[in-house]
Design a protein. Structure first.
Lengths: 329, 429
């Protein structure tokens, strides 16, 4: 039977299965295995294989008997989407693996390749590193501690709790926050460090960026945008938030009537109507329409029409904050 | 009623393809005297091959059948039928396929022709998709089939509709098969234009370019096919700008006509920013209703056909062993509906573009050849309030919206930006 180990205590073996859907912990485990292997054999022959774009026979030839028995290390990615050819070769290889070869298979979950997984789990020569989804706060705290451990750093218990609270979403965001603290804070990380870095995080959403831009506060809008992007917000929902706000401004601009009455007509809550009215003050209809055009252009840009989605979003923020048409930039 | 019946326009192309198919059939009936074992059950490789020429026609010896010295289209191994959406390119490709399979060159009534028409001919394989892209596995399947020998005909015909919806990687899978097809296999690809295909594929196919049928041709077809009143058929063909499928829907479905008219009125009614936001919302709703109406019809038909193939009654619970299949079928239908919402959005943009063009014509003093004749008074009044430059700007905005929808811009935003271009910025500043 394969030995099962948690992601933060990885162990090597001729066959290592890194299973489960949490890509961050899987990445950490794989990196640590690789580092250990390299420390042991500086001249290690290291190869990666993509199980999807797999050319038949390559696993068997890479792992096949070598003249001097020099150690080899093969990482296989995307086994959860592997091709039939890969599956066939892998099933053949795992039952007759060589001692001087390490094959690390990353399987991100799902039924594809189940037969291979079942076979590996029965092998004494295999180790399975389980990287299942991390959802409980306790596990997230464990993750943060491991991140700090790996960097040879420490974080105070209160700071740890605060950090996990601030990033209740997905793990990659939490991971990047840890890296930011490790990089920026010189001493042990305290509660007030977390407060300084991420205290305002809850507000740093796409809507805050949009509100600042619409109010003409260019600098603040750009800073909050940077912050939102660096903590894992992606351009597409930011553009969508701008569209929602400006669309509502377009709807209320130049239209009279009470909030409640208008709310029904427009299909928004009365408080949204009032907010949109406040925000639309000082905007002409022509400017609002130009902003809508800018947002449409940016939506295309962040969905692939332009190379740099971050630049496109920043340009949109500037255009809207300065009430300029994107066509004049 | 031969296989060419029921096609719209394209008379010159059809006559050439017909001559070619008949020559091909004639050659089988009267085999070359030098190859007198051709009638045996296992014809030699050479005799199984029809009169073929590669598009790079260097080899003049096998180019033309004796029977038809003046045909100017040669039976190449790989063909590309191009023509805009709704021009009938797929139907023409299928008719050509049927004519090549038929022992009489496309009689329309033999066993082969009937099987081809019902989509059950064992030697005719058609890959069609309503998804945004053709899956690579589907192309791998059809490529694998291309290496089989034909089972009842002399030829195996492989048709790919919407071949422009292949990624480069998928195209390359196809390219390998087209480069060296077995002598009895003919490929027919369809796409809006040659530019939509990779140059490597383009250089290996013989291209047949369909022209957009005229409004009269489309109207005549609708009168015959659907028995509608000629005046309504003319109006529908005109409003659909000769898109055959759209014209038929307009001619046969009053709701479709009402929706088209509603979208025109949305445009003509825009005077403020709140109209822009509300109007864009209405246009999305119209596109959704249009899609829903078309999809419901198609899905119900496909679903009952699917259940029939599985041997299941439609109204009883699905037995456990079929659930996965039925689920996969329903999932793939959901994707189809997404694709057709984009088609609905594009359709509205084309309709509104026609209004813009009409307005520009009227503004320049031309009153003939309008597309939206029934709304001419409203369009004239609308155009009078705008300069020709503003109208040109509006047409540009529509072209931009069409590009944006292909880039996955939210339809609502694409419509908003387009309608924003209608507003006279001076008037609302
Ligand atoms: Zn026939």
């Amino acid at each position: 039977m394969a030995t099962k180990v948690p992601w933060n205590r990885p162990r090597t073996a001729p066959i290592v299965l890194v299973s489960g859907s949490e890509s961050v912990t899987a990445e950490r485990a794989i990196r640590s295995l690789r580092r250990d292997a390299r420390a042991l054999y500086p001249d290690l022959e290291y190869t990666t294989l993509d199980a999807v774009e797999y050319s038949p026979g390559s696993l068997l030839s890479l792992a096949g008997p070598s003249l001097f028995g020099e150690p080899r290390y093969i990482e296989v990615t995307s086994v959860e989407h592997c091709s039939d050819e890969f599956l066939e070769d892998a099933l053949r290889y795992v039952v007759s693996s060589a001692d001087d070869v390490t094959v690390v298979l990353r399987h991100g979950g799902g039924n594809r390749g189940k037969k291979l997984l079942d076979t590996i789990r029965k092998l004494d020569t295999a180790v399975e590193i389980e990287c299942s989804a991390i959802t409980r706060d306790q596990d997230k705290q464990g993750f943060v501690l491991a991140e700090f451990d790996a960097a040879g750093r420490r974080i105070h218990p209160q700071a740890l709790r605060k950090l996990v609270d601030a990033f209740s979403g997905d793990l990659p965001e939490l991971a990047s926050a840890c890296q930011q603290l490790i990089a920026d804070v010189a001493e042990d990380v305290t509660e007030s460090d977390v407060e300084t870095y991420f205290g305002s995080r809850v507000e740093a959403t796409a809507f805050t960026v949009a509100a600042a831009a619409i109010a003409g506060r260019t600098g603040e809008a750009l800073v909050t945008l940077r912050h939102a992007l660096s903590t894992g917000a992606s351009p597409v929902p930011i553009v969508a938030a701008f569209a929602m706000k400006v669309r509502l401004m377009a709807k209320v601009a130049g239209v009279r009537g009470g909030g409640a009455q208008l709310a029904k007509l427009i299909g928004a809550a009365p408080w949204q109507i009032n907010q949109a009215r406040t925000e639309a003050q000082g905007w002409s209809q022509a400017q609002i329409l130009e902003a809508l055009t800018t947002i449409a252009e940016t939506d295309a840009a962040v969905k692939g029409a332009e190379r740099d989605p971050i630049y496109a979003v920043e340009r949109m923020v500037r255009c809207i904050a300065q009430r300029e048409s994107i066509l004049h930039v | 009623m031969d296989v060419w019946q029921g096609l719209v326009g394209q008379t010159e192309i059809i006559s050439q393809l017909r001559r070619l198919a008949e020559a091909n059939a004639a050659r089988y009936r009267k085999p070359d005297p030098s190859a007198d074992d051709a009638s045996a059950d296992s014809p030699s490789a050479d005799d199984a091959s029809p009169v073929l020429a590669q598009p790079t026609a260097g080899d003049e010896t096998r180019v033309m059948p004796e029977a038809d010295p003046d045909s100017d289209i040669r039976l190449a191994h790989s063909w590309l039928f191009t023509g805009p959406a709704g021009s009938g390119r797929s139907n023409l490709a299928l008719a050509f396929a049927a004519s090549l399979l038929c022992p009489d060159g496309g009689c329309g009534s033999c066993q082969s022709c009937l099987m081809a028409r019902s989509g059950n001919h064992p030697d005719l394989r058609v890959l069609r998709t309503e998804k945004v892209i053709i899956e690579i596995d589907d192309v791998r399947d059809i490529v694998a089939a291309s290496y089989l020998s034909p089972s009842i005909s002399r030829l195996r015909i492989q048709v790919i509709e919407d071949a422009d919806r292949m990624s480069e990687r998928t195209s390359n899978v196809l390219l390998k098969a087209i480069e060296e097809p077995p002598s009895s296999t003919i490929w027919i690809l369809c796409s809006p234009s040659e530019a939509d295909m990779l140059p490597t594929i383009r250089s290996r196919v013989r291209t047949v370019r369909l022209s957009t049928p005229t409004v009269e041709q489309v109207a005549d077809f609708i009168v015959t096919a659907d028995g509608v009143d000629p005046a309504l058929a003319m109006r529908s063909a005109r409003e659909a700008q000769s898109h055959i499928g759209m014209a038929r829907r307009l001619a046969t479905d009053a709701d479709s006509r009402a929706r088209r008219d509603a979208s025109v009125l949305v445009l003509l009614g825009i005077v403020s920013s709140s109209h822009v936001a509300k109007g864009a919302q209405d246009l999305v709703a119209i596109a959704e209703q249009d899609t829903q109406a078309a999809a419901t019809l198609r899905t119900e038909r496909d679903r009952s056909e699917f259940f029939r193939q599985l041997g299941l009654p439609l109204d009883a619970p699905v037995p456990a062993q079929y659930r996965a299949q039925v689920k996969a079928f329903d999932e793939s239908n959901k994707r189809l509906i997404k694709r057709s919402l984009l088609d609905g959005v594009d359709r509205i943009l084309l309709d509104l573009e026609s209004v813009g063009r009409d307005a520009l014509l009227v503004r320049m003093g031309v009153n003939d050849g309008l597309i939206n004749v029934e709304r001419a008074p409203e369009i004239t009044a609308w155009a009078a309030k705008r300069t020709p430059a503003q109208l040109v700007g509006y047409l540009d905005a529509i072209a931009e919206a069409l590009t944006r929808t292909t880039r996955n811009v939210t339809p609502l935003l694409a419509f908003e930006a387009m309608l924003a271009a209608v507003i006279d910025k001076e008037a609302v500043s």
